[in-house]
Write a protein that binds this ligand. Sequence first.
Ligand SMILES: O=C(CO)COP(=O)(O)O
Length: 252
Amino acid sequence: MFVIGNWKMNGNRELAQALTEALREHADELNQVQVGVCPPAVLLASLNEAAAETELMIGGQDVNEHQSGAHTGEHSTELLSNFGAEFTLIGHSERRQFYGDSMARVAAKVAATLANSQLTVVLCVGESEAERQAEQTFAVITEQLETALQGQTGDCLERLIIAYEPVWAIGTGLTASPEQAQQVHEFIRSWLVQKFGAEAANVALLYGGSVKPENAEALFAQQDIDGGLIGGASLQVDAFIAIAKAAATRSK
Ligand SMILES: O=C(CO)COP(=O)(O)O
């Protein structure tokens, strides 16, 4: 089971310190859970330092598809790796909606990350409220998966995680019900198996969208939910630890 916090444009060095202290304190209860955090890039170094002697994995919130050069404000796979990142989110809905991450750009980022680095890709997919109401959920997810993973072979599977984040559940307090989430996760798993073969059944599938200590256990109890991608609740150390503990009750 994975529990990954996405701090988005929040957090500071004090939060890095407080989180890593809490992880040390609860290490025994969480030893079956892979806990990760994606801080803003400027905090990667602080978090990396604070996380020494913990099992915390550090990740980027995004990555640029180019390896280096004149790309003001952007971060390459090498920069992320240099500061201790083991994985990166790609295709988060906020980047797709507000920062120009088209399907083609998401695909370029996935391809570059897999080809040029050892980082694991956490590919984010999810439908909007209008798309769900129009019963387009599976069509949208299919298109997002197909374009992002075009040209990839089974070799990518060891460094691939998919996060299902319905846009209507992100930061809204609305959570997909465990059954709604399970239905989409099951669909994603079978899509992966169809594309890459039976081995793809082992790819971890995370749910994201208003996960809180109160709903985490029911979500994580679903067969095809292998963990969570946590936004708002990851900024409160106690809530984040409680969610990680909920994952520990369902260690896979
Ligand atoms: O976008 C998310 C994680 O990437 C989810 O955010 P919230 O948990 O705040 O809904």
